[in-house]
Design a protein around this ligand. Sequence first.
Ligand SMILES: [Zn+2]
Length: 233
Amino acid sequence: MPEFANGRIPESKLVSLGRGRNGDGAWKHLAPPGTAARWNWMVATGRAKYGVTLRITPGWNLFRPFDVQVLYRERLGIMAAMPGFSSHGGIFGGRDCQAIDVQNWGDLAPGNANLAWARFVALCRLAGFRVDFVKPRETWHVGDFDPWKVPAAAAAFRVNPITVHDQEDDMPIIVVERADSKLAKGLFDPTTGKLRREISKSENNLYRAAQKANPGSVIYATVSDKDYAILRG
Ligand SMILES: [Zn+2]
């Protein structure tokens, strides 16, 4: 059972990751400790792997206090959650959940939204965030469903952000497939931004099996024929 009501978590229980001011006054990026640890890990990994520093959208886009939920609802109508039901409030569907809005995941592959999305999903899965859990779909909105538990140091910081450039083992295999031809598939190489090589049907079957056994280990990204040709180089 969640310990606090939605939007009513005392600030003393939360970790501050940033602050600023906008037209509404001062805002803060406040996170439960587990969410803060996952987020910091994901930022470090995104920086090490892709040279991209992921950012939280300025404003109350991490923990959102109840009175701010009321304000957003007044302003945005049904586009904002009913006050007391936002996944930014620390509870979602009766469970602990802390949402974060990520401002710049598209930077993970400028000009190639499919690839940027594949990279973002991979990072989120490794860090322990869920994507795509609200309707209508909000690609920037990710959720931590275990926000109070700080991951064990060994698991959370297994990737050393300084030396990770040459370590591919912790990253998922990314299989790129052509939207218009189910036969053409290739392995994506995050270090070059190109396909490393194309794969056979039987090799692909192995990746499908691995994906089923461990959903975070293999990511499938579908791209248009044109983008596939660009990736193939
Ligand atoms: Zn959100």
